[in-house]
Write a protein that binds this ligand. Structure first.
Ligand code: FAD
Length: 510
């Protein structure tokens, strides 16, 4: 039966296809969007778990790494440990907190050891993705970033490993008088190579992991660096060493074993810590703040600058290796101002309190612009995709969006734990489709889900960082049942996702 509007849909689809059809066409079973930690992981898992599948990963950057390739600010490092941020299949042998260079070297080894380079094409920006149920195919429009040459690929399955934010531009709030400032205003996400901060007065706006990384990294070179924060953040400090890993190494235990044992220990400890944050948030807050106090001494106003007004773990807690941020503050090279920007002027920032911060350089460490689907223009059978109208299946698939999986990691545990888990799921799903002879899989609400209330993507009682709050209207909805949400709980998901019954009525095959 043809419905009204079908003709129009066909027309829209044909126009879109006509734009692309003239271009050379390559076909792959799977097309991976992105070659960051998730995309390279997806490539690895495909070669191991579905060796018969042809695939390609496209990335608009010049090299692999995603976050670790594009971020160039001084001191750039992970804020979670690399035993769990590293892949489960490749032992991490360095210190737990790693620099971007160390993470890139590790990823480079994964690519080389598994011959993945031939599957990855860089400087390819994906601009459009069209699903056709008639052809049971995705048609992907891409552009070579150097030449603007248009390319077309087709794929049976689209694996979205595009991360969650726009790499080309960070989130820059608009402040009155920004144009008047005579110094340099930069964003941490697009750090200029030529930025000379030697003997300069630097103000870093922000209080998260990025600000806490940049400040100790530049403090000894600057005349002075000030962290200007609207409100304080929780931090954890500790030595950048994993004692258990070191002990096992002394005992000459195999690195693969060390990796597995240390991951289990870290995840066990994190589960206990997360439980404590929920059950006794005040005690945990007191402990975290107490550690800061011990570094800054009795005369420092910890209540004002390091006592957050939210519960620990509602926002990611940044790890400060060797307490370097606090050492910089205690040494007088760095300071913290808890206030708000009233406006910029020629020489710095006027604060709401009326005080003035003199600055030669202002660094906005103000977070991300969320990009939920890699800024790709999606059409499904001729209809523009409204992602926010879909309902998510465990944060991996979406109602009405066929043959597509999406990687979104954890806030409270390392991202890659989930990237590995989603990869297992996708490979199992691809094999299941082959066994059924199915060309299309879509998730759909079942009869028993019909009256299920639909809620925003995340429970803001549970987690509420600014960048997620700003993007909530762009994100899919979740249901009340665990399978219809990404609950951010690694410890339950690790068993539940692995146990997913692919014959369940939530999976519709054609
Ligand atoms: C400074 C910083 C530190 C972080 N530290 C941690 C940490 O310690 N632990 C942790 O768990 N998480 C951390 N995160 C979060 C981090 O982004 C993720 O953990 C992880 O790196 C995301 O990997 P990804 O491959 O999914 O996405 P990304 O790293 O964002 O990579 C996505 C890739 O996809 C490409 N891409 C996107 N759209 C397109 C398109 N349309 N066409 C072609 N290519 C496209 C991008 O160019 C990019 O290379 C950090 C984030 C930042 C910014």
């Amino acid at each position: 039966m043809r419905l009204e509007g079908d003709g129009l849909k066909d027309e829209a689809e044909q126009t879109a296809r006509a734009e692309l059809a003239a271009e050379p066409n390559e076909h792959f079973d799977v097309l991976i969007v992105g070659a960051g930690i998730s995309g390279v992981g997806a490539a690895y898992h495909l070669t191991k778990q579905c060796p018969e599948k042809s695939f390609i990963a496209l990335d608009m950057q010049e090299s692999f790494g995603g976050t670790w390739w594009t971020h160039r600010y001084p001191g750039i490092r992970s804020d979670s440990d690399l035993h769990t941020f590293g892949y489960r299949f490749k032992p991490w042998t360095g210190p737990p907190i790693a620099t971007a260079a160390e993470i890139l070297a590790y990823m480079g080894q994964v690519i080389e050891e598994n011959d993945l380079a031939r599957h990855i094409r860089y400087k390819h920006k994906i601009v459009s993705a069209r699903w056709s149920s008639r052809e049971m195919l995705w048609t992907i429009g891409a552009m070579r970033t150097e030449t603007s040459e248009k390319l077309t690929f087709t794929a049976n399955f689209l694996w979205m490993c595009q991360g969650y934010y726009r790499h080309s531009q960070g989130y820059m709030p608009t402040w009155a008088g920004m144009d008047a400032f005579r110094g340099r205003l930069v964003h941490s996400e697009t750090w200029p190579e030529d930025l000379d901060y030697k003997n300069k007065r630097v103000v870093v706006i922000g209080s998260g992991a990025t600000a806490a990384t940049i400040i100790p990294a530049i403090a000894s070179d600057c005349a002075h660096v000030t962290m200007l924060q609207r409100s304080p953040t929780f931090f954890i400090t500790g030595r950048n060493v994993n004692d258990l890993a070191e002990t096992l190494r002394q005992l000459q235990i195999d690195e693969a074993w060390i990796h597995e044992i240390v991951r289990r220990k870290i995840l066990y400890d994190q589960a206990a810590f997360t439980r404590r944050c929920v059950e006794e948030p005040d005690t945990v807050a007191k402990e975290l703040i107490g550690v800061v106090r011990s570094h800054l001494g009795p005369h420092y106003d910890v209540d004002k600058h390091f006592t957050p007004n939210y519960r620990p773990w509602r926002q990611r807690i940044a790890f400060i290796p060797d307490a370097d941020l606090f050492k910089g503050i205690a040494a007088g090279k760095a300071s913290v101002v808890t206030d708000q920007v009233e406006c910029f002027d020629e020489t710095g920032i006027v604060l709401k309190s009326g005080k003035h911060l003199d600055a030669d350089i202002i660094v906005a460490a103000t977070g991300f612009n969320i990009s939920v689907l890699g800024d790709i223009d999606f059409l499904v059978d001729g209809n523009p995709l409204v992602f926010a109208n879909t309902v998510t299946y465990r944060g991996m698939m979406f109602t009405g969006l066929p043959n597509l999986a999406w990687v979104f990691g954890y806030f409270r545990a390392s991202w890659t734990l989930r990237a590995d888990m989603v990869a297992d799921f996708v490979c199992r799903l691809l094999k299941h489709m082959d066994a059924l002879g199915a060309k299309k899989v879509t998730v759909a609400l079942r009869e028993q889900d019909r009256n299920m209330p639909l809620l925003p993507w995340i429970d803001t009682e549970n987690f509420n960082p600014g960048y997620m709050m700003r993007a909530m209207h762009l994100l899919p909805r979740r249901g009340e049942k665990p399978e219809w949400q990404h609950n951010q709980d690694y410890w339950s998901e690790k068993d539940e996702i692995a146990a997913t019954d692919l014959s369940d009525a939530a999976f519709v095959y054609e």
